[in-house]
Design a protein around this ligand. Structure first.
Ligand SMILES: [Zn+2]
Length: 255
């Protein structure tokens, strides 16, 4: 399996830009995306598709940054994207779904419910139904049976690609998930918006802009869960540094 890190949306909240990290897996059974970042539909109609949040995060909305254009640029076929695994349903993570209308879209059952039913007022504001108006084929996953690295309810997704795990990390949103990808002896764990800045892995917020920290708190579905998630991330980083690489969506380090 080959793995690519794509930035599918530069955000300009602060002087230093943030990214929207998307993983592209080339597997024996086609292409798999973990999140999509922004898509062509968002660029064509940002008012309807993104709503007021675009004024806060100020995305570049550059067609060249979409997963669609980057996949084409690698000489791969967008129609070969068979599965899209979503960390959660926020607009900066799912805007590219409509660029891959034939893909099956996987997410936790809790997040699928939040995205479709928008059961609370904050959820009515955060999710944009225009991004799923094309009717994606959503596969809602109930919590799995496995424990992995201190996470419970982990689902093995070997039928999509061998060594692929869906890891429940609720907190940022109701049913937020991360994904672990085995690569030889190591794992890559994409934790989505479990944290916003790499300093969290050192057990603190050194170097994290205060405004980013405020945004992380503001966007949280469950602030107590966020705090516990940060402890878990720091503990995991210290304990399994030689076995697991942990990346989040918006930290630009590595790009
Ligand atoms: Zn995000």
């Amino acid at each position: 399996m080959r793995l690519h890190h794509l930035n599918c949306g530069t955000l300009r909240l602060f002087r230093a830009p943030l990214v929207c990290r998307v993983l592209l897996l080339e597997t024996d059974n086609g292409l798999v995306l973990i999140d999509t970042g922004f898509g062509m539909g968002d660029i064509e109609d940002p008012v309807t598709r993104l709503g007021p949040i675009r004024h806060l995060v100020r995305p570049d909305l550059d067609p060249a940054e979409t997963a669609l254009r980057q996949i084409e640029g690698m000489g791969l076929r967008p129609s070969d994207v068979r599965h899209i695994l979503l960390t959660h349903g926020d607009p900066d993570h799912i805007g590219g779904l409509s660029d891959f209308p034939h893909a099956r879209v996987h997410m936790s059952a809790e997040e699928a419910r939040a995205l479709h039913d928008q059961p609370s007022l904050p959820e009515r504001h955060r999710y944009r139904t225009a991004q799923i108006a094309h009717g994606p084929d959503i596969v809602a996953h109930a919590p799995g049976e496995c424990n992995w690295q201190g996470f419970a309810g982990v689902t093995v997704l070997d039928d999509i690609a061998e060594g692929l795990l869906m890891v429940p990390i609720p907190g940022h949103s109701r049913g937020h998930s991360g994904y672990a990808v085995r690569q030889g002896n190591r794992w890559l764990l994409h934790v989505g918006d479990m944290f916003y800045h790499r300093s969290t892995l050192e057990g603190g917020f050194g170097g994290m802009p205060w405004a980013l920290r405020s945004l992380e708190t503001l966007a949280a579905f469950d602030r107590h869960a966020i705090a516990a998630n940060h402890h878990h991330a720091a503990d995991l980083s210290a304990r399994a540094r030689n076995d697991i690489d942990i990346v989040c969506t918006h930290d630009p380090s590595g790009f």
